[in-house]
Design a binder for this molecule. Structure first.
Ligand code: HEC
Length: 128
């Protein structure tokens, strides 16, 4: 190899290694729906501003309002409320025994997102 091509090549390889070394596969970073220093579940959790964005980012692609995967229909308040109140929503996202772990193939969602959804459900899964 000619000497003048060596340095650019090494820089390229170095950059590729560096970028790969920085790749950090964490659900919180990939889907930052409730990211932030603190996880605020102290107030009443709003379906429209806090719960729906999490579900939209991580669930609706497979569970549309009709004909969703596994016959689980989501993406409207009325539909989301059904699985919230029958225990399947929290059971699946917390990977509880007896439920199929969700999001499928996506790993456990962030603990903050889980806490937000749990609080919304215990508050009665309101349409707020
Ligand atoms: C990549 C597609 C995909 C994504 C994303 C996904 N699901 Fe699923 N989900 C499925 C499939 C497929 C099934 C049916 C699995 C089976 O029957 O074995 C299923 C089943 C379910 C069930 C039924 C579980 C049970 O125990 O009966 C629930 C509830 C559910 N999903 C909720 C969710 C929620 C909540 C999210 C978002 C956090 C989500 N899913 C994201 C594909 C997906």
């Amino acid at each position: 190899m000619k000497k003048k091509h060596f340095l650019p090549l090494m820089l390229l390889i170095g950059t590729v290694i560096f970028i790969n070394a920085c790749y950090y596969d964490k659900a919180e970073l990939l889907y930052p729906t409730n990211a932030g220093a603190t996880c605020d579940t102290s107030t009443v959790i709003s379906y429209s501003s806090r719960v729906a964005p999490i579900l939209r980012a991580q669930c609706y692609s497979c569970h549309s309002a009709t004909g969703g995967s596994g016959n689980i229909n989501m993406s409207t308040y009325a539909n989301d409320k059904v699985i919230a109140l029958n225990g399947k929503l929290y059971g699946s996202i917390s990977h509880a025994a007896g439920y199929i772990a969700m999001p499928q193939g996506g790993g456990l969602m962030s603990s903050c997102d889980q806490a937000v959804i749990k609080k919304w459900i215990t508050n009665g899964a309101l349409n707020n």
